[in-house]
Design a protein around this ligand. Structure first.
Ligand code: PLP
Length: 462
């Protein structure tokens, strides 16, 4: 009998997971009764409960997903009704009413003439689809060499080989090299890490956009198919861009006949107070990729939304996009998404985010009085707190300190103190907050208080 089997302290789920569950992006060594895998058993509103009966504030909406909050019976009931009516049929040359209705609804909600919706089961598949569409689009238009993709340093765009090749995180890719060829990186818009632009963020925006043009020209405009960027970059810690940035990138893409892809897997569906965040930041891309908040987690679903320009050559006689996913446009998820969009409209969740975003930021900025907090940045209900070793020099932590802080101390300590959120050191060291959009000042205050106590403890480890 193994130690796990003898254990009486572990719940059956924690014991089974310790033996059989291959967790994503997580270390699995040593998950015993001293260090059990957390088991979440129930959710209600902005709260979660674990198998030990503890209540935890969900400061990350699951994984930037649960916009409408947990335990929304009406979404569960719509999904159950659809499953009873027709649980599954593909969109491979057919459709179901929910998939068709959702495509129409998303087309109406998307900006400009982004009118054509290609469903996937998640975000990485949406990115993968966007790259493949971009390549075929240019082949159909007689520019077969255009295939490369430019994306930003530290940005995460998913795990399929293509999406990984677009991802700007060398540490996350090194074990899987060689990846698909054709991914090239440009700087992101991290103002905190570009102190030379302090006081003039627009200059950073122009400088960073010019790096996109530089990369297109360096690689050869006749070989570049797409530029992929998030409205607010997640990895690296909620990196907003100055106003000058996206308008200039749009101009550059048009000038060099390159498709602009807005990766809104996190940013869409109200996270920034708009259905699609590109609207808030003043640009219309050629393709949007989205997923997560579309269903608030009541079913898995992603999508790539294409403009009339992009879809046009695919509508010619005899042309097919030879690409698809079994679960893309799953009718149960599509029905849940429609009900979720109804709920978000009825409860005014976009307006709520716009009304509360400053208060959320102001509450988190109180933490700037702590010696370990160097920067607080974000937008909407999507904020990061950057932790530093020295506030004056903005010095970040070395590998051993990161190991102690981010891998060993913070996740467990925050959770034990009643807050689920995301300590992350894929770029500089940050803690990210992105609660359900139903959260308000009470929850902002609770997050600030729990973070304050936990970060004070963390500082003692530095
Ligand atoms: N793109 C962005 C910007 C993301 O944040 C993510 C996931 O967090 C993905 C793509 C990949 O999405 P998924 O995990 O649904 O494949």
């Amino acid at each position: 009998m193994t130690a796990l089997e003898q254990s009486t302290a572990l719940s059956p789920a924690a014991a089974a997971a310790g033996k059989h569950l291959w967790m994503h992006f997580a270390r699995m060594h040593g998950r015993d009764e001293q260090n059990p895998i957390p088991v979440i058993t129930r959710g209600e509103g902005v709260y979660l409960w674990d198998d030990r009966g503890r209540r935890i504030l969900d400061g990350l909406a699951g994984l930037f997903v649960v916009q409408a909050g947990h335990g929304r019976r009406e979404l569960a009931e719509v999904a159950a009704k659809q499953a009873a009516e027709l649980a599954y049929f593909p969109v491979w040359g057919y459709t179901t009413p929910p998939a068709a209705e959702l495509a129409e609804r998303l087309a109406h909600l998307a900006p400009g003439d982004l009118n054509r919706v290609f469903f996937t089961s998640g975000g990485g598949e949406a990115i993968e689809s966007a790259w493949k569409v971009a390549k075929q689009y240019f082949k159909l238009r007689g520019k077969p060499l255009k295939h490369k993709v430019i994306s930003r340093m530290t940005a995460y765009h998913g795990t399929p080989h293509g999406a990984m090749a677009i991802t700007g995180l060398p540490m996350m890719k090194k074990d899987f090299e060689p990846l698909a060829p054709g991914g090239f990186r440009v700087p992101n818009t991290n103002l905190y890490r570009h102190p030379e632009f302090d006081g003039d963020p627009e200059a950073l925006g122009r400088w960073a956009a010019d790096r996109v043009e530089e990369a297109i020209l360096f690689e050869g405009a006749d070989t570049v198919a797409a530029v992929v960027l998030e409205p607010v970059q997640n990895s690296g810690g909620c990196l907003t861009a100055p106003n000058s940035y996206f308008a200039r990138v749009r101009e550059i893409c048009d000038k060099h006949d390159v498709l602009m892809v807005s990766d809104e897997v996190i940013n869409a569906f109200g996270r920034h107070g708009h259905t699609f965040a590109c609207e808030k930041f003043g640009y219309v891309p050629d393709l949007i990729t989205c997923a997560k908040g579309m269903t608030s987690g009541y079913g898995p679903l992603g999508a790539m939304i294409a403009s009339e320009k992009v879809i046009e050559p695919f509508l010619a006689p005899g042309v097919t996009f030879p690409h698809g996913y079994t679960w893309g446009g799953h009718p149960v998820s599509a029905a849940a998404a429609l009900a979720n969009l109804d709920l978000m409209e009825r409860e005014g969740l976009n307006q709520r985010v716009l009304a509360n975003q400053d208060a959320f930021g102001d509450t988190l900025r109180k933490l700037l009085d702590l010696p370990i907090v160097g920067d607080v940045r974000g937008d909407g209900y999507f904020w990061a707190i950057e932790l530093v070793k020295d506030k004056d020099t903005r010095e970040t932590f070395g590998p051993d300190e990161r190991e102690r802080l981010v891998k060993q101390f913070l996740p467990g300590a925050l959770f034990d103190n009643g807050l689920y959120c995301r300590p992350d050191d894929r770029g500089d060291v940050v803690v990210q907050l992105a609660p359900p959009l139903t959260a308000g000042q009470t929850e902002f205050d609770a997050m600030e208080q729990i973070l304050r106590g936990t970060l004070e403890e963390a500082w003692k480890l530095v």
